[in-house]
Write a protein that binds this ligand. Structure first.
Ligand code: PLP
Length: 426
């Protein structure tokens, strides 16, 4: 048998090999090149082969790559935590570092539960989430994910509670139209809290703009303001899962900043390391941190590689690069252009084009007039992705459409560095 490493599409097949990357392009060992229209998995937000990041990593590796988080801190981890606090809105000032988005979402879940224990309210243990959401692949993060295809096999190990309707205006779960709907999708949170009892609920977690599970669902104006109001009134924490939307991707530092809503915990991943190193974080407000300081003074979580200086140095150089090159502004401007270009394609199979900045979802339908969805088994998204791939463009798969997780879509999310010429080529 072939001695390959195990990765889904590779079982029984071989992936093409990449030799190197430069900016928005990837160059294959077979001489083919690709425009990275998905930043890998919406990750490589500053593009490939950035010299400044490579140099920062080289310098750090020569000093020290690893210290154990409970024995030592490092200048790199301290500087990164300070930079994140400077970037993030309000008093989201306290970073807890982990290595992947799943770990970060799961850590946020645990921190929310522990927060209420520290406050003397141990019955508050349920973490609510929405249908049509994705928070990660480890058991806790998966349990928060309202993504039937991914959770089905493991349903007997699920502790999170996806119970809230998604803010999906193109196919409103209540059959309403905004603004006459009165934001019933946000009020759905209140219904769930009432049914389960606020004394049992620790937090509500949501992706500000739904990624893979909904192909960039942008809730309407007022949605997160209402969510914040409901969370505050019922004394439950609001966790913004910014793994896909964070660190500039949508034209703001955080996706939630498109609304007037301050989360209690923010979850960062993907673009934080931008593909240069595995790093993710949970960022807490002063108020949340205060409960830990007044209580047990420890967070009951952590991984061997948490806050390792090597990843921290890479991430710090990534954020510096974004700042120096004004890439958040570029994401906003080029995102608007790309969205317009895709909309103007005027193809009957493009049912909806949505998203913010350089996070653009394209819902594929059999016929735009009726919005009749392609079912997953028809593999319209997979075929579009394959066709684009053959033509040297990378796109990312997503779900959309009818309830139950079926329906098809793709995501366009090139690096935030993309310029006019590359955009035209895209
Ligand atoms: N949260 C969101 C919103 C994501 O999009 C993802 C990954 O796609 C995750 C969490 C999990 O991140 P990771 O794949 O790094 O574990």
């Amino acid at each position: 048998m072939d001695r390959s490493y195990l990765i889904k599409p590779q079982i029984g097949g071989k992936l093409p090999e990449i030799s190197f990357g430069r900016g928005v392009y990837l160059y294959g060992a077979d001489g083919r090149d690709y425009l990275d229209g998905s930043s890998g998995a919406i990750t490589c937000s500053i593009g490939h082969g950035i010299k400044e990041v490579a140099e920062a990593m080289h310098t750090q590796a020569k000093k020290i790559s690893f210290v154990y988080r409970s024995q030592f801190t490092s200048a790199a981890a301290e500087a990164l935590a300070a930079k994140i606090a400077e970037w993030l809105p309000g008093d989201l000032n306290h970073s807890f570092f982990v290595n992947s988005g799943s770990e970060a979402a799961e850590t946020a879940m645990k921190m929310a539960i522990q927060y209420w224990q520290e406050k003397g309210e141990p019955s508050k243990t349920i973490v609510l989430s929405r249908w049509r959401s994705y928070h990660g692949i480890t058991m806790g993060a998966l349990s928060l994910s309202g993504f039937p295809e991914r959770r089905e096999r493991f349903q007997y190990h699920m502790s999170g509670v996806p119970d809230i309707a998604p803010p999906y205006c193109a196919r409103c779960p209540f059959g309403k139209v905004y603004p006459e709907c009165g934001l019933m999708c946000a009020e759905d949170l209140e219904r769930s809290i009432k049914r389960r009892g606020r004394q049992n609920i620790a937090a509500f977690i949501a992706e500000p703009i739904v990624g893979a599970a909904g192909a960039c669902l942008v809730p309407p104006a007022g949605y997160y303001e209402k969510i914040r109001e409901i969370c505050t009134a019922n004394e439950i924490l609001f966790i913004a899962d910014e793994v896909m939307t964070g660190m500039g991707r949508t034209g703001n530092v955080l996706g939630i900043q498109h609304w007037d809503c301050q989360p209690d915990l923010a979850v960062l991943g993907k673009g934080l390391g931008a593909g240069y190193a595995p790093i993710a974080a949970v960022v807490a407000t002063d108020r949340v941190m205060e409960a830990f300081l007044q209580g047990s003074r420890s967070i009951m979580s952590g991984h061997t590689y948490s806050a390792n200086p090597q990843s921290a140095a890479a991430s710090l150089a990534v954020l510096q690069y974004i700042e120096n090159n004004h890439l958040i502004l570029n994401a906003e401007q080029q995102g608007d252009r790309l969205k317009t270009m895709i909309t103007e394609l005027d193809e009957p199979f493009i049912g909806d084009v949505r998203g913010k900045g350089l996070l653009i979802g394209i819902e594929l339908v059999q016929d735009r007039a009726s919005m009749k969805p392609f079912l997953k088994k028809q593999a319209a998204g997979a075929r579009l992705i394959e066709l684009a791939f053959k033509n040297g463009l990378l796109l990312y798969p997503a779900s959309a459409g009818v309830e139950g997780g079926d329906g098809d879509a793709v995501i366009a999310a090139p690096p935030l560095t993309i310029n006019d010429r590359e955009l035209a080529e895209f």
